[in-house]
Ligand binder design. Structure first.
Ligand SMILES: CC(C)(COP(=O)(O)OP(=O)(O)OC[C@H]1O[C@@H](n2cnc3c(N)ncnc32)[C@H](O)[C@@H]1OP(=O)(O)O)[C@@H](O)C(=O)NCCC(=O)NCCS
Length: 161
């Protein structure tokens, strides 16, 4: 099937729309400064999806330094998916998957070796999306979210992709 959306990098003109999508889709909301600071530091991994010229989804990431949890190799760079969302009426068309795949590709530009994220344990759609792409649950963090829900920390080696 022909893909009806396209991906491109975020630019600061998208900020209002991204804030809208973030608030419509997730309880974890951020200040303008937070979005803009991540864009300034990691522009390659802040990606938006457009359909008919309108932004309908985004993914925003941060590159962090930490210990490898797969094999002991000292400190490595990891790509952290901070936020990803697609507006409800545009879901189940492959946009979320395309955003995550593109973000993982772009993390390699920053020399990230792993990719990880936190996801609510009840968020089946997102957990299934990450599992489909090969992510595994590394651990569970009880009470991670402000409302007390726990998170799975899911991760994947980027070499595979
Ligand atoms: C998670 C989210 C980004 C997925 O976006 P999407 O564009 O609908 O995802 P895709 O169409 O690319 O789906 C890819 C795969 O994810 C899984 N998936 C997506 N939605 C699903 C659902 N409602 N139930 C079960 N699996 C689902 C499926 O494995 C799907 O593959 P398939 O279509 O071949 O079955 C979207 O549901 C969303 O924005 N949710 C609210 C915000 C959110 O929870 N973000 C993640 C925070 S960690």
């Amino acid at each position: 099937m022909q893909q009806s959306f396209r991906l491109r990098k975020f630019n600061t003109n998208d900020l209002e729309r991204i804030t809208y999508i973030n608030r419509a889709c997730l309880p974890e909301n951020y200040s303008d400064y937070f979005f803009l600071d991540l864009h300034r530091r990691f522009p390659e991994t802040f990606i938006v999806a457009e359909e008919n010229g309108e932004v309908v989804g985004y993914i925003m990431c941060r590159i962090e330094t930490g210990l490898s949890s797969f094999v002991f190799r000292g400190l490595i760079k990891k790509g952290h998916i901070v936020s990803v969302a697609v507006l409800p009426e545009y879901r189940r068309k492959g946009i979320g998957e395309a955003l995550v795949v593109k973000a993982m590709e772009s993390m390699r530009l920053y020399k990230a070796k792993h990719c990880f994220l936190e996801v609510r344990v009840t968020n089946t759609a997102a957990v299934d999306l990450y599992k489909k792409l090969g992510f595994e649950v590394a651990r569970t963090v009880r009470g991670y979210y402000a409302d007390g829900e726990g998170a799975y920390v899911m991760e994947i080696k980027l070499e595979k992709h």
